[in-house]
Design a protein around this ligand. Structure first.
Ligand code: G5P
Ligand code: MG
Length: 226
């Protein structure tokens, strides 16, 4: 049986983590777990945890570490025997150390996307406040302009996605991510990719993963997000 492969993808809001994770899951048959997806799922279902995290997610602020680890780590326990890819977790040193206590990652992908590019992508971002579903008017617009695809309710744009607030948020991301990146660098598992277009970065990631893991049939694997 091939060795299990455990990976994570890091990057600021809008950097392409989700887009690239889906491609990796499809091409290499890893189970794919997105922290943002699980949070939004809880918000939509109005679970106790969902109500607790709603204001953080709506404002793109970090959810406290103890909430995130309680959300993510049990899901990994259920995946023993599978290879997996984490999208958006860990995001802080506290989360990385909690994960490290349980699992040794084989590879971490870090996306370095220029601020200007992120600003353009995110200032086009609209959300459905009740569920946290996110739309991008350029790349994944809603079916009906200004309306949520599932409920038909109006979409809003947060003050946090306006340019000044956005810059502060991206700087905050960098500060918080730095010790996590340093940790993975010291473990020799960090691979950074820079660029302004996902389609140009993807071939390098594809080639890295092809080298690092034995491509295996993905009959037992499926993505955990849509
Ligand atoms: P998420 O859900 O992890 P974010 O804010 O980190 O959300 P987001 O929006 O999900 O990031 P992404 O996954 O990095 O971005 O990128 P993506 O969705 O693939 O691409 C972003 C947009 O750009 C999309 O519309 C895509 O179509 C478009 N795009 C992609 N590639 C290109 C390209 O080449 N060119 C162009 N022009 N466009 C492109 O987390 C949500 C919230 O949950 C909480 C936080 O509140 C967070 O804000 N959270 C956590 N809190 C604490 N700890 C954690 N571990 C947390 N995880 C989530
Ligand atoms: Mg995402």
């Amino acid at each position: 049986m091939a060795k299990l492969f455990r990976a994570a993808i890091m990057g600021p809001p809008g950097s392409g983590k989700g887009t690239i994770s889906k491609r990796i899951a499809q091409s290499f048959g890893l189970q794919y777990l997105s922290s943002g997806h699980f949070l939004r799922e809880g918000i939509a279902a109005k679970t106790e945890a969902g109500l607790l995290v709603k204001t953080y997610v709506e404002r793109s602020m970090l959810v406290p570490d103890h909430v995130m680890t309680r959300l993510m780590l049990p899901r990994l326990e259920q995946l023993s025997g599978h290879s997996w890819l984490l999208d958006g977790f860990p995001r802080t040193l506290g989360q990385a150390l909690a994960l490290n206590n349980l699992y040794q990652l084989d590879l971490v992908i870090s996306l370095n996307i220029p601020y200007e590019t992120l600003k353009e992508r995110l200032s086009d971002r609209w959300i459905h406040p009740a569920s946290g579903r996110v739309y991008n008017m350029g790349f994944n617009p809603p079916q009906v302009q200004g309306k949520d695809d599932i409920t038909g309710e109006p979409l809003i744009q947060h003050d946090d996605d306006k340019p000044e607030a956005l810059m502060a948020r991206l700087r905050h991301y960098k500060d918080v991510a730095k010790p996590v990146i340093d940790l993975y660098k010291s473990q020799g598992i960090l691979h950074s990719f820079s660029g302004t277009e996902t389609d140009r970065i993807w071939p390098y990631i594809n080639s890295l993963l092809s080298t690092k893991m034995h491509t295996q049939p993905s009959d037992t694997c499926q993505a955990q997000t849509p």
